[in-house]
Design a protein around this ligand. Structure first.
Ligand SMILES: [Zn+2]
Length: 440
């Protein structure tokens, strides 16, 4: 495992093609936590005949109860940041270290689907809520987050708030903040545990869920967070709405940056409102047969944000307006339709929105198609970048186009960009939360 393996503090970064996937039974009766789950052994071919094996927590999507960790299939290229677990290498943060090196499907689902008779799905809030937010503000965020997933016109899914309780009962679906003790990965800010059982004449389907939030390693704010701050702050609406997405059956979105279900949280609070992609995913899981909207005006009262009615895969949904190519973005402030190029790679505080491209032609005047050092999403792809030699054509005059054909050496030797980017991201320890538990 030579060149494509990088050792960082406590973890390794590898890239390769999945050559085998084997599911193993849980360790044994009485096991608790992750050991109570089946595991999946993944063999990654690293090139030059080298292979590396690592374990995914869960059964790789082959049965019902794994929702947090992305399924891996033979033939797919992946990058993985691995840490040494009790039984061998395993992806960091229950899968947070997994990055597909191919374009995954949009609005992925996690195989959880409630039946009509189970809806609305009622949740209670365990007092005292978030110590940082206080009970009133915690409850307000919770209500808004549940309403966001309930008010999607093309979906039948609905949450209902069951009120505050001093201590959740065994059969309650509850939301709680752990402010004294967080027993999971410190990089996980929220964790959704789905319970499975029988309902009517169906066996082993989702029957409820509990959602816990990490008040130990994160400071919770009702507004934009910043995971680089000390202490790291998280926008409560982004995290809570994301976890409730997992409850409904949403998996991680890997491509659409501003989506609530995007598999990463950097800061800000833009993930606190549902993107068209999120809405389309819910509608795929719980189709009402109706569109979310017919015209833009139908979206006016969605959540107060300015929206447009667009079709995604044949279903109209209320989409948020996105910033355009060249508009400002940063790690903590992203509203790009496609990609944010981070130009200040030290602080992450400066960048611009752009799009992936295959050639200069699609980029427009003054832009070239090239690779960059750091962008989000991290997928290896060329994007439209400003042409440093571009001059606005002077009206009437012809420019002395001195054969400036130096769009450089192309991209032959620059494929290392996203690896470097990932290293920059990972040690900050924020990538998110997740699991069968599907933390964020
Ligand atoms: Zn998540």
């Amino acid at each position: 495992m030579a060149m494509d393996l990088l050792v960082t503090a406590g973890s390794i970064l590898v890239a390769g093609t999945v050559s085998a996937v084997d599911v193993h039974a849980p360790i044994g009766p009485g096991a608790r936590g992750l050991a109570a789950l089946p595991t999946t052994e993944v063999t990654l071919a690293l090139g030059d005949g080298d292979v590396l094996q690592f374990l995914l927590p869960g059964d790789n999507g082959q049965a019902h109860h794994i929702v947090g960790v992305l399924p891996l299939e033979p033939g797919q290229p992946w990058q993985a940041e691995l840490v040494q677990g009790s039984r061998g290498w395993t992806p960091r943060g229950l899968g947070a270290g997994l990055l597909p090196l191919f374009e995954p499907d949009r609005y992925l689902l996690n195989a959880v689907q409630y039946r009509p008779g189970q809806l609305p799905l009622t949740f209670v809030l365990e007092e005292p809520g978030s110590a940082d937010l206080g009970l009133e503000a915690t409850e307000a965020v919770l209500l808004d987050s549940m309403a966001a997933w309930t008010d999607v016109g093309c979906a039948t899914f609905a949450f209902e708030y069951g009120g505050r309780v001093p201590e959740a009962g065994v059969f309650d679906n509850y939301v709680a903040w752990e402010d004294d003790d967080w027993t999971f990965d410190p990089a996980i800010a929220g964790l959704t545990s789905t319970r499975f059982g029988d309902f009517e004449d169906e066996e082993f389907i989702a029957v409820g869920a509990d959602v816990v939030f990490n008040g130990v390693h994160f400071e919770w704010v009702d507004g934009p967070g910043n995971v680089y701050a000390t202490p790291a702050t998280v926008g409560a609406r982004s995290i809570v709405t994301h976890e409730f997405g997992h409850v409904t059956g949403m998996g991680h979105e890997m491509m659409v940056l501003p989506a609530t279900m995007f598999g990463g949280y950097f800061g800000g609070d833009w993930q606190g409102t549902l993107a068209g992609d999120d809405r389309r995913g819910l509608c795929a899981n719980y189709p009402s047969g109706e569109p979310d909207c017919e015209v833009d005006e139908d979206c006016a009262d969605v959540d107060g944000s300015e929206r447009i009615c667009i079709a995604i895969d044949g279903v109209n949904v209320c989409e948020e307006r996105r910033d355009r190519q060249g508009d400002f973005c940063s790690l903590f402030d992203i509203n790009c339709a496609d990609t944010c190029v981070i130009t200040d790679t030290t602080t992450g505080g400066e960048g611009y929105c752009t799009f992936e491209c295959g050639s200069d032609l699609g980029c427009g005047d003054g832009w070239l198609c090239d690779s960059v050092e750091l962008k989000v999403p991290l997928h290896e792809a060329t994007v439209c970048v400003p042409d440093p030699d571009w001059e606005e054509p002077t009206p009437g005059g012809d420019d002395d186009d001195s054969a400036d054909d130096d769009q450089g050496e192309g991209c032959g030797g620059c494929t290392n960009g996203s690896s470097a980017a990932l290293l920059l991201f990972m040690p900050a320890g924020f990538r998110r939360y997740r699991k069968r538990e599907q933390g964020r």
